[in-house]
Ligand binder design. Structure first.
Ligand code: DBV
Length: 278
């Protein structure tokens, strides 16, 4: 079973059609990683593959796809805008584990409680949210500390039927992605220095939260060990701090392009960003 392959394929096709995509480097060793899990008859292979691109206004578009038969299917798909746009993050966490399906889908706000921000980035998608919400009821228990990072149009659901994932979740995922790309089309670069500083703070707050609390850390550590996992989290999945440190300019404007120079540079240890910054 590869439940989320059609999601990834369709997302790639839409991105390809709607954006002028450029390559984004995936650090060596993280394009694809395999491990055997379980014992005896239950032994199976778990494959994790990565996808990454960038585009105008979008610093990183990336996906991690875990395929481990009936037991583990995960697609984590996030779009990180450049720091000179007030765009939200596109965030999809589509998770199927032995315990069932768990779906998080949202345009994660930089400034959740700002009414102007809500009218710009939540109101336009409200009809889409409502149309899907009726098929995808609230999934219950949700970590309080994660709330600031989600919008009122957050879809959080735990479907009991795989068919609901294949149909309703798929439709919601595609609608949200297209609506997100509409925002990207409209977005204009921010030039006000105060505003830019707020955006950078909000991006770093989000980044640090996600890297620190990554709910996949346990799963990845079991499969691939802690060294690989920490490097995957800080060096690829949530890499903003590294990129800022590498570009060495505090990260405004076009730094992501300069960031391309780091291709081939080997990083080792836990987080070189911390050393460079101190
Ligand atoms: N989640 C990720 C990445 C994943 C991933 C990069 C590549 O951020 C997978 C893989 N999410 C993943 C897995 C689980 C979850 C759960 C494997 C199951 C963990 C387990 O049960 O062992 C939204 N994802 C979750 C949960 C939430 C989210 C709330 C439940 C975890 C819990 O109850 O603590 N997405 C997640 C989140 C943010 C987000 C917290 C915060 C901004 O965007």
């Amino acid at each position: 079973m590869t439940l989320y392959q059609p999601f990834l394929d369709e997302a790639k096709a839409i991105l390809e059609e709607r954006l002028d995509l450029k390559d984004y480097p995936i650090p060596e060793g993280f394009e694809s990683k395999e491990a055997s899990v379980g014992k005896g008859k239950k032994r199976s292979q778990v494959l994790t593959t990565s996808y990454a691109k960038r585009a105008d206004k979008l610093r990183q578009i990336r996906a991690a796809h875990v395929q481990g038969g009936d037991l583990y299917q995960v697609l984590n798909f996030v779009i990180f805008p450049e720091l000179n746009y007030d765009l939200p993050f596109f965030g999809g966490d589509l998770v199927t584990l032995p315990g069932g399906h768990l779906i998080a889908l949202d345009m994660q706000p930089l400034f959740r409680d700002d009414p102007q921000y809500q009218s710009k980035y939540t109101e336009p998608i409200w009809p889409i949210f409502k149309s899907h919400q009726q098929h995808l009821p609230w999934g219950g228990e949700f970590p309080d500390e994660a709330r600031p990072f989600f919008s009122p149009a957050f879809i959080w659901t735990r479907p009991t039927e795989t068919e609901v994932v294949e149909k309703q979740v798929f439709a919601a995922f595609i609608d949200y992605l297209n609506a997100y790309l509409n925002f990207v089309d409209e977005a204009e670069a921010v030039v006000d220095t105060e505003e830019l500083a707020k955006i950078k703070d909000a991006q770093l707050r989000y980044l640090r939260y996600r890297a620190e609390k990554d709910p996949a850390r346990g799963m990845f550590t079991r499969f691939y060990g802690s060294e690989w996992t920490e490097e995957y989290i800080h060096g690829f999945l949530f890499d903003l701090e590294r990129k800022l440190a590498e570009s060495g300019n505090g990260g405004m404007g076009n730094w992501a392009c300069e960031g391309q120079n780091i291709v081939g540079v080997k990083v080792s240890g836990r987080n070189p960003a911390a050393e460079t910054l101190s």
